[in-house]
Design a protein around this ligand. Structure first.
Ligand code: ATP
Ligand code: MG
Length: 359
């Protein structure tokens, strides 16, 4: 142990060594931040698609009569970004640190913290001017991100604090599941629902990033990114960054995106269905084995089969409903840890059986 501790100081010079090499190399040293942070909206106007929220928020910001806020909606739709951008606009970069207290699920937010940290911060009074002489609202903002993970007791402790400190403090609660916020808190806040972003908006943002990062990406590639991320722009941007790393300057195509996202190529799903409809049990078994051997997750195959089967005009409603029932069963079994290959075979057998009844 002692020897180990003695040995550690030799690690000291290492970071120093790397410093001079990193310093002069780039005139404008770019911080290595993930793209989701790099392209986080800087002002409220940059927030795309959430028009109602932005409109109400902007009017409140102008009038300095901001209510307590509650933002809710699915992941990656701009909740955290919106309040951070609004706070930065209100206070400017300098005052921001003094006036805004951000607590998220990574911080201890039990009842003790609400009683001490939040209450103490809320009780401080503040002036109505900024250091640069501009006016700013005479209150502070406490952001409680991921508030749905706060205990009921901690939420209850907030109730009275929220009312008592309303002269000096505004609260902004952010969560994915609004039903997990206790009723007395929701009734003290203006609620804003964040919608999953539309395909068009996501496409625009992704194209913008491609342009800024000098990436080449085909139209189908962008469409695939949007499709796999299901309204979550953060997911789409993260996939785009991985794809950019993988291609290293070459064009990003649909196949690369599907590869990264672990999506089964449509052709393979189609051919599996084709086999179920027209071929023998042995062939079906071998195509399922093939898919599983390639490492595709059974839940992913199931989801895609679900979409394809329901769009398929060769099956009638009765057949589709029988297949859907089996799909639900297989889904449950997979969630319980059943064997992927056997479950897929079971599902495909039902598809086979149902489609043969048609003829
Ligand atoms: N409406 C939007 N306009 C512009 N960019 C967005 C929008 N929504 C999400 N983004 C992008 O996605 C990233 C993540 O957004 P943000 O952190 O605000 O999501 P969130 O709603 O807080 O999600 P979570 O519920 O998971 O915390 C941002 O950095 C930004 O690049
Ligand atoms: Mg967030």
């Amino acid at each position: 142990m002692q020897a180990f501790l003695k040995g550690t100081p030799s690690l000291g010079p290492k970071p120093q060594k790397s410093k001079p090499t990193a310093g002069p190399s780039g005139e404008k040293r770019q911080k290595p931040v993930p793209w989701v942070e790099k392209y986080r909206p800087k002002c409220v106007d940059d927030v795309a698609f959430q028009e109602e929220v932005v409109a109400v928020l902007k009017r409140s910001l102008e009038g300095a009569d901001l209510p307590n806020l509650l933002f809710y909606g699915p992941p990656g739709t701009g909740k955290t970004s919106t309040i951070l951008a609004a706070a930065r606009e209100l206070y400017g970069p300098e005052l921001f640190r003094q006036r805004v207290l951000e607590l998220n699920a990574s911080d201890e937010r039990g009842i003790q913290v609400i009683r001490e940290k939040v209450k103490n911060f809320a009780q401080l009074t503040v002036a109505g001017t900024r250091t640069d002489g501009k006016m700013c609202p005479p209150f502070k903002i406490i952001i409680l991100d991921e508030a749905d993970s706060m205990t009921g007791a901690a939420q209850a402790a907030l109730r009275r604090t929220m009312e008592k400190e309303s002269k000096t403090t505004r609260f902004c609660l952010i969560c994915n599941y609004v039903s997990r916020i206790i009723e007395p808190l929701t009734s003290r806040c203006s609620k804003f629902r964040f919608k999953p972003l539309s395909d068009k908006i996501q496409e625009e943002r992704l194209l913008e990033i491609c342009e800024k990062e000098n990436l080449k990406c085909t139209q189908e590639g962008i469409a695939a990114l949007v499709q796999v991320s299901e309204g979550d722009l953060r997911k789409a941007i993260t996939f785009l960054q991985s794809a950019a790393r993988l291609t290293a300057g070459k064009e990003i195509t649909e196949s690369i995106v599907t590869e990264i996202a672990g999506v089964v190529p449509c052709k393979m799903i189609d051919s599996l269905l084709q086999t179920c409809y027209n071929s023998t049990f042995e062939k079906m078994e071998s195509s399922v084995k093939d898919l599983i051997d390639q490492g595709f997750a059974a839940t992913q195959i199931l989801n895609q089969l679900h979409d394809s089967v329901f769009e398929d005009e060769r099956l009638n409603d009765k057949q589709k409903s029988a297949i859907a029932e089996k799909m639900a069963e297989v889904d449950k079994c997979l969630a319980d840890g059943a064997d992927e290959f056997l479950q897929m075979i079971a599902l495909c057998s039902v598809i086979m059986q149902q489609s043969s009844q048609n003829n």
